[in-house]
Design a protein around this ligand. Structure first.
Ligand code: MTE
Ligand code: MO
Length: 422
């Protein structure tokens, strides 16, 4: 049938293309070289640690961590770019803190698991010839995309939380796009490997003879040099555990004293709260301290200006809300100020989306958007105080936004203008 001819014809084509590009004797020599390289570089193809079970176990852990990162990342993305249909909810107030803390911790735990998984399949990168048919071509393509995207995605994430912005593109857009490529290539990879995975887990007894550290018969590696499967998993697990334990303190305060890897630690910085961008970095030192500062509130029919004294004379509300940075650190704090919805009532507006503008002239977070659900929440404030003191200039003096359940990037500091969006 047509279909069969097509399916069996393509591998022939792939092979013949290879034969044209490389003369048969050249491929033979390359193949021998690759084998010699594998042997001399000390990579023991048959080392127990490299056998299938390690690969499958690491693959599962990797898959789970990647799904956790993907779903929490998607949530973070949606909060920052909400589609019309998405039911935004300010409560629970701690939800984003939890999802984003998890995103970053799972992403960091991914580093040793990813490296361990690569180590466990490394010799197969030297299998020759590299492509034997349509399925093997797809398989290799999926793996190549999967490996390169995973490494790049994790590297970008780590660079971002370390605030090492050497890339000339928008981190968020690239991180988001790569996430989709990654999840797609994982789906393809798992689909192709499914028969192997299923048959492997259906026959656990076959493998039980080789679960010890001793090399199986026919194994060319020496016992002493063999890295045990258990050892490999323990090494990866320990590395992941150490990374998580020494970073988790950035969001889970009881572990803060051992948060050696955390770029930001709770209870540090002015007023015992970390700062992401200082007033000096935002270029607002003078404008924020200026006595002529006013908050402008603009509705459809009315616009008003309020001084700090005007705001202080209004009804004050105290709330306990976290700053939950997209970079994974978070901290609960006590804020006092005027309810945002009370301010909008002054211009006869309720149930509206607003644009929040800061004194900052440049920068991605100089202006943000807040949807009606957050504006209406009784704990959403234009905050004047942090704890019992007026806001430190680095925390947004004279006025900042604090709302429940939102990414830190949207908690606009040095607020100067609230404008209703039509
Ligand atoms: N105008 C302005 N507001 C801003 C930022 C900024 O760069 N400019 N950074 C945001 C980020 S990324 C975070 S995590 C929080 C941190 O608030 P804090 O510095 O008071 O802890 O402020 C947010 N508000
Ligand atoms: Mo942030």
């Amino acid at each position: 049938m047509d279909c069969e001819i097509l399916v069996s014809g393509v591998p022939l084509t792939v092979k013949s293309v290879f034969a044209v590009i490389m003369h048969q004797s050249v491929t033979d020599r390359l193949s021998a070289r690759a084998e010699a390289f594998v042997r001399t570089s000390g990579m023991r193809v048959n080392t127990p640690g490299r056998r299938t079970r390690t690969t499958v176990v690491l693959g599962r852990v990797l898959g789970i961590l990647m799904l956790v990162c993907f779903s929490t990342g998607l949530y973070s993305h949606v909060l920052q770019n909400p589609p019309e249909w998405f039911p935004l909810s300010p409560q629970p107030a701690q939800l984003y803190r939890f999802t984003q803390g998890t995103h970053v911790l799972a992403g960091l735990a991914l580093v040793p698991v990813l490296l361990g998984k690569l180590w466990s399949v490394f010799p197969r990168l030297f299998v020759w010839p590299p492509v034997t048919g349509v399925l093997s071509f797809l398989e290799r393509l999926a793996v190549a995309v999967l490996v390169s995207t995973a490494l790049l995605e994790v590297a970008l994430g780590v660079m971002n939380i370390a605030q090492w912005y050497i890339f000339p593109f928008s981190f968020r857009r690239v991180h988001f796009a790569l996430a989709w490529i990654l999840i797609g290539s994982i789906a393809l990879h798992v689909a192709i490997k499914l028969p192997a995975i299923v048959s492997f887990w259906r026959r656990p007894s076959v493998d039980s003879h080789t679960t010890t550290d001793a090399p199986a018969s026919g194994d060319t590696s020496s016992h002493a040099e063999a890295v045990s499967r258990r050892g490999a998993l323990i090494a990866v697990g320990t590395a992941a555990g150490l990374i998580v334990a020494t970073t988790a303190g950035q969001t889970f305060a009881p572990l803060r004293s051992i948060a050696f890897l955390a770029p930001r630690r709770p209870y540090t910085g002015p007023q015992s709260l970390p700062v992401n961008r200082t007033a000096a970095e935002a270029g607002v030192l003078d404008s924020a301290r200026s006595p002529s500062w006013r908050l402008t509130i603009t509705g459809a029919t009315k616009s008003i200006e309020l001084s700090r004294e005007d705001l202080l004379s209004m009804n004050q509300t105290t709330v306990e809300l976290p700053i939950a940075c997209v970079e994974g650190w978070s901290q609960q704090a006590t804020w006092r100020g005027v309810r945002l919805k009370d301010l909008l009532e002054l211009v006869d507006e309720r149930n509206v989306d607003v644009r929040l503008e800061s004194l900052q002239v440049r920068g991605a977070f100089a202006t943000t958007t807040m949807q009606a659900a957050y504006v209406a929440d009784p704990t959403t404030l234009a905050a004047l105080f942090l704890g019992d003191e007026p806001l430190d200039i680095d925390h947004g003096y004279p006025l900042r936004v604090i709302a429940p359940g939102r990414p830190g990037v949207l908690q606009t500091k040095w607020l100067s203008r609230i404008e209703v969006i039509r």
